[in-house]
Design a protein around this ligand. Sequence first.
Ligand SMILES: C[S@@+](CC[C@H](N)C(=O)[O-])C[C@H]1O[C@@H](n2cnc3c(N)ncnc32)[C@H](O)[C@@H]1O
Length: 348
Amino acid sequence: MSVSQPAGDAGIRRLGELAFAAGNAAAVQTATRLKIPDMIDDKPVPVEELAERTNLDPHLLYRLLRALTTYGVFQEVGGRCFAHTDASLPLREDSPDGIRNLVLWIGAPWTWRAWPLLEEAIRTGKSVIPGVFGKEFYDYLREDAPEDEQLFARAMTDSSVRSSDVVAQTIDLTGVRKAVDIGGGQGLLTRTLLDRFPDLHGVLFDFEQVVAGAHEDLKAGGRLASRATVMPGDCLKSVPVEADAYILKNLLDWPDESSRAVLRNIAASAPPGARVIIIDSLVDAHPDEMRITTTLDLFLLMNVGGQKHSLSGFDKLFAETGIEKLRVDTVPGTLPRLHLIQGSLRRK
Ligand SMILES: C[S@@+](CC[C@H](N)C(=O)[O-])C[C@H]1O[C@@H](n2cnc3c(N)ncnc32)[C@H](O)[C@@H]1O
C-alpha cells in the first residue's frame, strides 16, 4: 500500500467507526442504565412507551436506540418499535448471561477520566489513577467510589459464575488429592471443583479480608467443609501449602516480577511434579477475542499498571520459574475466552 494513494472506503469507514467507538460504548451503557433492555420482553415495544417509562422525549430516545441497532443491539421492527436481539437480551437484569454488570463496569465513571491519559500510561507503563484521583485504584474505589466498587464486585462475581462450571468441566483433576486456588476470591471455583471431584481436597487461598467472605459451603460446618481449607495469605509473600495442583485464575494481571514471585513461592512449597494451572485470557488468541483482550490489557495498564499475557509470555514465565509446559486447552463459552495453561514443576 502506497502512502500517496487514498486508503479506500473500507479502511476509512473502519477508522470512522473506531474513532466513534467511545460514542457506541456510551450508548450501550446509557441504554443499560436506563433499563431499556428490561422494558422489552418477547414483543416489540413502541419507542413512545419506552420514553414514557424512562421519562424521556420519544424522539431523543429513538436516536439513542437507532444508533444501537446499527450494531445489532436491539432491532427496529415496523415503525419505531424495538425488539431484542442476541446482543440486547443479555443486557437485561434477569439475563442468565451475567454480562450486564461487566458492560457497566467497563464504562464506569472513572474510565471516562482515565482513558484520556492512555498516552501517559503507555509512556510510563504505570497506572494513571494516582494522577487523576490522588490514590491507588483500589483505595480510590473503596474510599471514594463505593458504588463502582460494588459494581466491580458484582461484575467479577457474574463472570466467575459464568465461567466456573465450564472451567471445572475443562480441568481434569482426576487423581489430584489436593488443589489450591490462589487468589480464588470467595471460592466459587473451589466449590465447583469439589462438587465435580468427590475425592479432592480444595484450598481457597486469598487475602484475609476476601476469604472472610468465603462461601458458607467451605467454612467450618459447611456442606463441603470436610474437604475444604480456607487459608488467608498474600501469595506475593508466600504460598505455604503443599498440594498436587496450584490454580491461578485471572490472577497474573500484574507486572512480570510479581508473577515470577508467586510462581517461585509455589515452587518453594510444592512437591516436585506438582501441576500449575493458569486460567486466563490471552492477548494473542483468536482475532475476535483479541479485540477484547488487547483492550482489556490497556484497561489493566491504565487502572493498576497491569497486563494480559500472550501464550509466549506465559511460556517465558514458566521457563523462568522451573515449570515445564504440559498443555493448553480453551474453555468454551467464556468472555473473554479463557485458556487453561498447564505445567508441571520440575524435580528439585
Ligand atoms: C481478578 S480476581 C480473580 C478472582 C478469581 N480467581 C476469579 O477468577 O474469579 C483476583 C483475586 O486475587 C486476589 N489477590 C490479589 N493479589 C493477591 C495476593 N497478593 N495474595 C492473595 N490473593 C491475591 C484478589 O483478592 C482477588 O480475589
